[in-house]
Design a binder for this molecule. Structure first.
Ligand code: UDP
Ligand code: MG
Length: 314
């Protein structure tokens, strides 16, 4: 049977870019030769986005559109599109043509060669401010250093995921979502496809500084427990150093000024408090892991399906 594709596109106040974006993406999907659907998610737009998307859905049988009741944010808009998608592979792309539709064919080719995840890796960014490029550069490296799983550098949400990966996303219902981190956490055979990030075709960025900061924090707090426990290590170090200081005073510090005693005593107490916070952090981290309810593990493939059937064992 022929494989089917789903294209998921979040849109927030994007009325200006919709006609050109649809024309280019529809052509790129048709060029793959696979049957496909295009799913737009209107993330609570206040402009004509919904009118345009619903008109597209009425005019083209391959288009579906969902409309959020308010602005829930890009990560949840993409999630809703993934929930609705039925294809054998799902491609996630921004509506503003910054991710070139021509790259879709390369993602599909990588999938056909066996990739479970084919992610767009930006080798260059066109028309983005120096500030945005610099903060993005620093952030991806900070995240890489803090995360327990390698999260690919310079990679956004533009990617193709196979049905198996999509089904695992369906099992991960964490609220504070950082999709590219979740994708990295899952593992699988993930293959980079390099591309040049283009300038926005129309409209302006919908990622305000506040939204960017929130996404950045979702990445760090969702994928690293270190901020919670690091303070405990600092506390232990402070505690040990000040205990050593007190010991030195007790042994040979008969003429040492009284404030030095007070200083080391206070420092020791501070170290103990920080250590206690780190210990609380370790518990909090475990609670966070539990409530997030991620799958314990992900099975990529099984072999020998017969053996899994109880009747053949008996
Ligand atoms: N977007 C969204 N909800 C939001 C913000 C953005 O659905 O609250 C969509 C937006 O319409 C676009 C994609 O997410 O399709 C990426 O947003 P944008 O291009 O503004 O971000 P940038 O490329 O500037 O980082
Ligand atoms: Mg953009």
């Amino acid at each position: 049977m022929q494989k089917t594709l789903s294209l998921v596109i979040p849109a927030y106040n994007e009325q200006a870019v919709i006609p050109e974006s649809f024309a280019q993406m529809d052509a790129a999907m048709r060029a793959t030769g696979c049957p496909y659907e295009i799913i737009y998610v209107d993330d609570g737009s206040g402009d004509d986005t919904w009118a345009r998307l619903s008109a597209l859905a009425a005019a083209h049988p391959q288009v579906r559109a969902l409309r959020f009741s308010r602005n829930f944010g890009h990560q949840l808009a993409v999630t809703a599109g993934m929930d609705a998608a039925v294809g054998d592979a799902i491609i996630i792309i921004d509506i503003d043509l910054q991710d070139p539709p021509a790259v879709i064919a390369e993602l599909v080719a990588a999938w056909e060669r066996g990739a479970d995840i084919a992610y767009g890796k930006r080798k260059k960014r066109e028309g983005e401010s120096l500030f945005k490029r610099f903060t993005a550069w620093c952030y991806y490296r900070l995240l890489g250093a803090m995360s327990a799983y390698p999260i690919p550098l310079d990679t956004g949400d533009f990617r193709l995921i196979s049905r198996a990966v999509a089904n695992d996303f369906l099992r991960m219902r964490e609220h504070d979502r950082f999709l590219r981190g979740m994708s990295a956490w899952m593992g699988y055979n993930a293959v980079p496809v390099e591309y040049v990030r283009q300038e926005r075709k129309a409209g302006s960025s919908k990622y305000t500084f506040k939204k960017m900061l929130r996404l950045a924090m979702a990445g760090i707090f969702g994928f690293s427990g270190r901020p919670l426990t690091a303070i405990g290590y600092v506390g232990a170090a402070v505690g040990i150093l000040s205990a050593a200081g007190l010991l030195a005073l007790a042994v040979g510090g008969a003429s040492a000024p009284g404030w030095l005693w007070a200083f080391f005593t206070l420092a020791l107490l501070l170290g103990v408090i920080m250590l206690a916070q780190g210990i609380q952090g370790a518990y909090l981290n475990r609670i966070y892991d539990e409530v997030r309810g991620r799958p314990l593990y992900i099975v990529r493939e099984t072999a020998g399906a017969q053996a899994a059937n109880k009747e053949t064992i008996l």
